[in-house]
Design a protein around this ligand. Sequence first.
Ligand SMILES: Nc1ncnc2c1ncn2[C@@H]1O[C@H](COP(=O)(O)OP(=O)(O)OP(=O)(O)O)[C@@H](O)[C@H]1O
Ligand SMILES: [Mg+2]
Length: 771
Amino acid sequence: DKHIGNAVMGVFGVPTVHEDDPERAVRAALAMRAALSNFASDVSFGMDISASGGAVYEHLKYLQLRIGINTGPVMLGEVGTSEEYTVIGDAVNVASRLERTAKPGSILISQETYHMVQGIFQVEDLGPVTIRGKSDPLPVYLVLGAKPRAFYTTGRGVEGVETRMVGRDKEIYQLQVALQTAVHTRKGQLITIMGDAGVGKSRLIHEFNKWIKNQEMDVSVLKGRSDSRLFQMPYGLIRDLVTTQFDIQDTDSPTAVEQKIVQGMSQYFDMPEQDIRARARAVAQLLGLAMSEEGINYLLPTQIIDKAYDYVADYFQAVIAQADAVILFLEDLHWADDSSYDVIEHLAQLCEKLPLLIVCVTRPQQTQTRTWLLPETADTVPFPHTFMQLAPLSIEDSRKLVLDILQKLPSIPKDLSDMIVTRAEGNPYFVEELIKVLIEDGIILVGEKEWRIQRSQLTRLRVPLTLNGVLQARLDRLSELERLTLQRAAVIGHVFWDSAVIHMNELADEPLHSSETISALHALEKRELIFPRQNSFIAGAQAYIFKHAMLREVAYESVLLRQRPAYHKQIADWLATKSGERVAEYASIIAEHYEQAGENVLAAELYEMAAQRAVDMYNVDVAIDYYGKALSLLTEKMHEVGWQLRIQEHLGKLLVQRSRLVEAAQTYMTMRYTAEIDGDLALQAHAWNGLASIQHEQGDYQAALTSAAKAEHVAWLVSANNELARALIFKSRAQQHLGKLPEAVENAQQALDVSQKVDDQQIVGEALGLL
Ligand SMILES: Nc1ncnc2c1ncn2[C@@H]1O[C@H](COP(=O)(O)OP(=O)(O)OP(=O)(O)O)[C@@H](O)[C@H]1O
Ligand SMILES: [Mg+2]
């Protein structure tokens, strides 16, 4: 991105996010360090450089790098007077501080980065380190190097917790049967397993693989995985398959690579070594693995490719011939290139006549054209094929998973487990990440033997940084039109309406035609980011729902802060118009939008309406919530004070009704204060009476007596007889409890007199009761 003095800043995930940006950053750091050390040793050996300058470069051999890496949200844009396009923010500062803290030659990463690359790199935990500009020491990790590439990485999961697999019985069974059938009939098939990121595809085949190892059968298992970094590298997947099979490392010399293939192949082929070597070279060239010098012009490229295909197929055939069956696990096919698909189809022809099981694992992809990777066309595949769709876990299974991960908690509050289950929406990866957030945020305290919960801090679960990456990466792949449409939909809510988005798109600075919006919505639906809903509630509008609540949140977060209020206003106005006579039903939603739009008065009005509706429906707690929101939006401006008082009066009553006495007392105290500003003595009396009733309830009769006396005084001043009678009753009651019986009788008598004047039967009854 830029040079700052002697430093260089690199940013990853800008402008396009990848889910593995942190991993890419650490790999880049390791590569830079390696490159510098190669350079330094070249200098030491006097190669290249000495020829061009000699002694000047002598000191270069001591050159070393310090690298700091951090992950987090940043501000992206044109910054400062130079309008340089860059990133700023706390996350950037921490990275820079880490760099300055690092010893020469070392790479330091923050806790946030560590969480995202856990399992991929070897690191040393340096513990909390004091970093300039940060009051608390930060946990810091030293990167030692990359771990060997593993097929099933242990990077996921909650640290130190082994979980059992939940659910998936049907799928495992289906795979087991497929294998047994292949062994017995000596005919195989291609199986496609499709499911969303994190739903458990890798775990499923991992468990299946474990099962295979415990069987009597002699089954050879081969594994290959596509990689987002190798995206579109020709034959990338097959290359991975072959390198894994022959144990070829990135660091192997060309000769070593060739030797390994030759060795691997000779176990299966009974032919002269030079023929095997020829095959090895063809395969190596096909896969772009480095070759020995003399091999470069060995064959023409097209011939090589044709032959190499056959050589790979021959190899598999030979492996199968010696086993009961062969399984090819091909992971993450959504990142594979076209030529890899070609090879798979080529191999799939073998399934017809050999016990070869090809298990293809993929996320759903919109741009896919291969029939065997699409649910709709899975039946038309020209070789034996099964299509499996991996659905989200059931609520029950999700709950089991939560209990399993949190097994060290003595007890798990139901609302906590429900919160995780609801938010994860059946995705086990989301479950794990949400629990990690609870741990990171100190809500769950991890101990050696037992874990504990710090309940007080539990409010809402934020979107984990790791998931932010996964979800954001999906948004970054959208076209501009789709992205804008999805962002505006996200402002509307988890459920939104096509006509509302059309409306917003039409109002935009660069207006979009309704047909464009519709086609964008269809594209988003095809990408499975949103789904249509049966029930729309708003006539003539098609309702949609976001795939995940968290996806909506991430989309919403990507809407610029300064644009949000205007969007919220548009949608609030739209909803207010559309809901027409049924506005009360939507009042709370509209109110929220007005609130976000900064239209406080409108918002308060609608919250009050929503509260009244809730009262009508006996939903007292909800009503209390809305009244509270309305109040918080009103100010001490003259015209709003009377309004405040009205709400406070309702709120106080409802709080008492729900026995929420502390809050009720608080409300009456503010009410008294507001009434004082307003100069409304009757309402002051009402507030004092309210307080008196609560104090009585709480057993504080002395305080109740004082409050009632105040109520009596102000009510008397303006002849508010109703409040006056109530004040006298409260006084009488308090005196009774305080043992002041003559006074109690006198006040009750007075109350009866006053209440007859206002003809309030209830108060008359109460006064009589006291007497
Ligand atoms: N049925 C299950 N029971 C318990 N844990 C599971 C289950 N399925 C998945 N998990 C856990 O959830 C996490 C995510 O699963 P996994 O890595 O298999 O997802 P995936 O579908 O392969 O995702 P991706 O598309 O990103 O590769 C892993 O830690 C895995 O162990
Ligand atoms: Mg996976």
